[in-house]
Design a protein around this ligand. Structure first.
Ligand code: GFB
Length: 365
């Protein structure tokens, strides 16, 4: 059955910045924005950057998340339905505007003639994303930063600006070059994470791994230790949040300083803290998720007195890892990493009884 047109309009955006964690940080704000404006969200694909390809890979939203759980709370439509049923009716080729905060400079040319454009299709993943949506080109760029004060539609005034500047009657589709949301996410939007439930494929793999390989209670840990991460941690400033660090430090002014040890914990910090959590929780196994070094031998050695062993996935599937970590009895994550923040938000908001999270190198005062 063809989807009906929503006369309140649609929002479509490219999750063009960062990977899974970065994208989720922005989704929680963007879904809030769509709700406040009363528009239907076109469910964005997960954009992945694979080392073997120069073109980003798009995975349909509904292959990763449960549609029913999202649609129970948000007016939303799959990208496929939007393309098939909505685009031809309300968003014809010659009327496609694209929204960005300010004009974007070309990354490849110094062509001044085109300076005032969103350059929505310029570069990867921008070009591949709009190709995926089925947009060959946009007819006009709209710089909403000049007119609306942003996508912080917390106040009625901001909402009214959006409604009066871009009413659904003349702007049925608000298409954004990047997520209409702040990065990192705002604490007041974290609860939206509960509606992002993993698809049956992912959940059943996670549950099977827990059942077959782990013994409860188990501690799930996230070790973010690939080489790109040490470069991030060079930017640690003790008095400021970095990426997702509000998940442990809260909003400024910070009570505890951000440190290199919180961002890139050393082996001693990791093993001492893990032994402590295992000891206090009576855990019987450990699940390790990592982008590089899972430290399985080191962990097994450190936990030998407890007769507790560490396990990792055979295929290192990132979404299955996230699904296992949110189900863990205890979780120790990286406070700065947005990959860890997906887990901590899920643990806080997805379950009837909230699950707490610990962070490497960080102790609550
Ligand atoms: O998710 P993400 O934006 O979080 O990017 P950070 C990290 C990516 O690394 C994930 C992989 O999306 C995964 O592809 N990764 C990290 C993992 N941890 C794991 C893991 O435990 N298991 C698996 N399978 N994969 C920042 C980004 O990463 O890193 C910034 O936010 C920037 O955009 C910076 O790229 C260097 O916040 O951790």
């Amino acid at each position: 059955r063809a989807a009906e047109v929503d006369t309140n309009g649609y929002i479509v955006y490219c999750p063009c910045m960062g990977r899974i964690g970065n994208q989720m940080e922005q989704h929680v704000g963007a879904f809030h924005f769509a709700s406040v404006l009363g528009r239907t969200m076109v469910l964005p694909p997960v954009v992945a950057h694979e080392p073997t390809s120069t073109i980003a890979k798009m995975t349909a939203f509904e292959d990763v998340f449960q549609l029913a759980a999202i649609q129970k709370h948000f007016k939303s439509i799959t990208m496929a339905e939007f393309q098939r049923d909505i685009m031809p009716r309300i968003w014809p080729k010659e009327e496609r505007k694209v929204f960005c905060w300010t004009p974007r400079k070309s990354s490849t040319s110094s062509d001044d003639g085109e300076e005032f454009s969103c350059r929505a299709k310029d570069g990867n993943p921008f070009g591949p994303f709009w190709d995926h949506v089925g947009v060959d080109e946009f007819d006009q760029s709209v710089f909403y930063g000049q007119t609306t004060g942003g996508f912080n539609v917390g106040s009625l005034k901001e909402k009214e600006k959006w409604m009066s500047n871009y009413p659904p009657s003349s702007h049925p589709v608000l298409a954004f070059v990047g997520a209409p949301a702040s990065f990192p996410s705002q604490q007041k939007h974290w609860h939206y994470q509960k509606h992002f439930r993993y698809s049956t494929r992912i959940t059943s793999k996670a549950k099977a791994f827990i059942e077959n390989r782990l013994e409860r209670p188990f501690v799930g840990i996230h070790l973010r230790n690939d080489v790109d991460w040490s470069r991030v941690c060079e930017h640690v400033d003790p008095s400021r949040n970095l990426f997702a660090s509000a998940q442990c430090l809260g909003e400024p002014p910070l009570d505890v300083s951000l440190s290199k040890e919180i961002c890139a914990p050393g082996e001693k910090t990791i093993l001492d803290q893990l032994v402590d959590v295992v000891g206090r929780s009576g855990a019987k196994s450990v699940f390790v998720s990592s982008d590089r070094d899972h430290m399985i031998p080191e962990i097994n050695e450190a936990l030998s007195a407890y007769d507790v062993k560490a396990f990792k996935l055979d295929d290192n599937d990132a979404f299955v890892s996230l699904a296992i970590l949110e189900l863990a009895d205890e979780f120790i994550g990286n406070c700065v990493s947005t990959f860890s923040s997906v887990v901590s938000r899920s643990r806080s908001f997805k379950w009837n009884k909230p699950k707490t999270s610990h962070f490497w190198g960080y102790r609550k005062l």
